[in-house]
Design a protein around this ligand. Structure first.
Ligand code: UDP
Length: 234
């Protein structure tokens, strides 16, 4: 198999790492994700990753807490997930680094753009932890921004659902499944793909996004070889 895309940014939500239980880290699930990432590295694809933190905490869901504090807790949650994924990759002999937007040098490198490029070029997976390091943002926005920063060919957006739909197919049997979309339509129709800040960054930088379901086997490798395995947004 010949990869069509040489450098990709994979965004995995925190919930994806939690598997069925939906909270915390499910090691079987994390190992499965790491195995799929290894397939990409074996094909010679450069892989950067942004992991969410929703399996532990989301700032916007807090009740009385100061929003900035709540968001910093969310950012720390993404670092926990990043370390778990790094560990699973290393266990499979895939070299992997964690770079955090908020410095925590005992456990990760600080985010340094040029260093990230160098590591990617050496075939190392670079996991960006801590989102963009600012409250009021999401890891979707971090994924969009880092994808642009590193000149990724595309974002692989792993979801708990296999594609983008006009409505929730679990509650609406008439929901239409989209295979191709323009980012402008995603924004205009308010489709739930990523938040508006992230969507705008992608649109302004012509970043294409492959939405796919993490549950399917070999989904990542098929996506980098150019197969539309869910919804392709251009
Ligand atoms: N967060 C933040 N700034 C960022 C990235 C994340 O404040 O740049 C916080 C925010 O509270 C968010 C939480 O981290 O709710 C977890 O990230 P996200 O909700 O994007 O995770 P996901 O839903 O993808 O698991």
């Amino acid at each position: 198999m010949e990869p069509k895309y040489k450098r990709v940014l994979l965004k995995i939500s925190g919930e994806a790492l939690a598997g069925e239980t939906r909270t915390g880290i499910n090691e079987d699930m994390t190992n499965k994700v790491a195995r799929e990432i290894k397939q990409l590295i074996d094909l010679g694809v450069e892989v950067a990753i942004v992991v969410g933190g929703g399996n532990f905490w989301r700032g916007r869901s807090s009740k009385d807490m100061n929003r900035e504090t709540a968001d910093y807790i969310g950012m720390l949650a993404t670092v926990m997930n990043s370390l778990a994924l790094q560990d699973a990759l290393l266990a499979q002999d895939v070299p992997a680094r964690v770079q955090t937007s908020i410095e925590m040098r005992k456990i990760a490198e600080p985010y340094i753009w040029r260093r990230a490029l160098k590591e990617l070029g050496r075939g190392e997976v670079v996991i960006f932890g801590g989102g963009i390091g600012e409250p009021h943002f999401s890891t979707d926005t971090a994924a969009a921004l880092r994808a642009v920063n590193i000149g990724a060919d595309m974002i692989l957006l792993a979801k708990n659902i296999d594609a983008v739909y006009s409505d929730d197919p679990k509650t609406n049997p008439d929901a239409v499944k989209y295979t191709d979309l323009a980012m402008k339509d995603v924004i205009d129709r308010g489709l739930k793909v990523m938040d508006l800040t992230a969507a705008t960054i992608c649109m302004e930088n012509n970043m294409r996004i492959q939405v796919f379901g993490l549950a399917e086997e070999n989904s990542m490798v098929r996506a980098v070889c150019g197969e539309n395995i869910g919804t392709l947004i251009k």
